[in-house]
Design a protein around this ligand. Structure first.
Ligand code: FAD
Length: 362
């Protein structure tokens, strides 16, 4: 009989893990409290399919990104799109790393790029720039895809209110399962590591014409990146996007609910001012259209680490993500842990000499 697995949360992680386990013959049920998949962080982020260029200070994150990017494009060819011109630039004076070091880190990580020897005509005060082949996630397509793929296994509008793990399985909302995967990014049960919740604010803009994606690295810097609609961009800033740091998810949610027009105006002025320092044409090239609010979950004490971790407590797995490209890592880790648990039956010792060993005649 196949294992019955409850997956809590229909973000990128829950949807992908459930689809993969279902393909392998597991009997999967996904519980999602909202009325559509990818409703929270998975549908409210910067939509970048990372290749590793953001993570000059964390080798493990770069490796996971580079591999996850290739697998994502292979597995979900219609769920991301090319970004025609995607520039990474190191500004003079405000980057934590000089361009030569940044370039060397990417070369040594085996991540391909094209260097822009003369810089970029839209940018000023930069040490160097390169073109990277990252992609943009197509969230609308992904919602449709996973709803179709999971079918009746996806229970929308169904919050998990009862969760009772024991040695042989887990009872979820009165139903019995062999395993459960908590794919709620720490919102259903606390993660088994110290983590905090960061409410965030991104700004949406309409481009007045074709515009490249521009990301300033490395450190507390801004970026402007297209969405699945190539005319609509998000503006994000490592300094001005976070709205606080909370020990509990509900406190972070309350902070998001308190966001008002004065706060948006203050953050907008700060973010536009910051990006205009190196992209002086920003305000002419873009028209502000709105805000996007979401919560990030981050591990304490690992500021540069955006790798994915899977934790096991008996029959329950919890996923701690940092980005979307690591969905494959999470699934494989869960499978490996299930396999390990079921290969632990003790092997009876063979009495006496093994029969297949030949002994010389006396
Ligand atoms: C501002 C911002 C920008 C980002 N930019 C990028 C980027 O450009 N590229 C990138 O790769 N990553 C980015 N990320 C990170 C990325 O969004 C997350 O790593 C990823 O979406 C996490 O997916 P998830 O499935 O683990 O969690 P989520 O998307 O948060 O999904 C969890 C789901 O669990 C459900 N849930 C919670 N509790 C319950 C319950 N009790 N019962 C039922 N359902 C429940 C929620 O409703 C939710 O749908 C960004 C994040 C933020 C906030």
């Amino acid at each position: 009989m196949p294992f019955r697995v409850a997956v809590i949360g229909a973000g990128w992680y829950g949807c992908h893990i459930a689809s993969s386990l279902a393909s392998l013959g597991f009997a999967v049920t996904v519980f999602e409290r909202h009325h559509r998949p990818l409703h929270e962080a998975s549908g409210n982020n910067q939509f970048r399919l990372h290749l590793g260029f953001h993570y000059a200070r964390h080798h493990g994150t770069r490796q996971q990104s580079r591999d996850g990017f290739l697998r994502f494009v292979e597995r979900y060819p219609n769920l991301s799109a090319e970004v025609p011109e995607n520039v990474y630039a190191v500004p003079r004076g405000t980057s934590l790393m000089d361009f030569a070091t940044y370039r060397l880190v990417m070369v040594s990580s085996g991540i391909d790029f094209v260097e822009l020897p003369g810089g970029h005509p839209l940018l000023r005060d930069i040490e160097g720039a390169l073109l990277a082949k990252e992609r943009v996630l197509r969230i609308g397509q992904a919602r449709e895809f996973f709803a179709r793929r999971l079918g009746a296994a996806l229970r929308l509008g169904c919050a998990v209110t009862q969760f009772l793990p024991d040695a042989a399985g887990v009872t979820v909302n009165g139903e019995r399962f062999d395993y459960a995967v908590d794919a709620t990014w720490g919102h259903h049960r606390p993660l088994p590591i110290a983590a905090y919740y960061e409410p965030t604010l991104l700004l949406y803009y309409e481009a007045r014409g074709p515009h490249p994606a521009i990301t300033f690295v490395d450190g507390p810097l801004p970026s402007v990146y297209p969405t699945e609609d190539p005319a609509i961009f998000t503006l994000s800033s490592v300094t001005h996007t976070p709205l606080g740091r909370f020990a509990r998810g509900d406190a972070a949610r309350a902070a998001l609910e308190a966001v008002d027009t004065a706060l948006v105006a203050e953050r907008r002025a700060a973010m536009e001012g910051q990006i205009a320092a190196n992209l002086p044409g920003f305000r002419d090239a873009f028209r502000f259209v709105g805000v996007q609010l979401a919560i990030k979950t981050k591990p304490e004490g690992r500021a540069d680490d955006r790798s994915c971790y899977v934790f096991q407590e008996g029959r329950v797995f919890s996923v701690m993500s940092g980005k979307i490209d690591t969905i494959f890592f999470a699934t494989e880790r869960i499978l490996a842990l299930i396999e390990a648990q079921h290969s632990l039956a003790p092997i009876a010792p063979t009495p006496g000499l093994r029969e297949d060993i030949l002994t010389p005649r006396p």
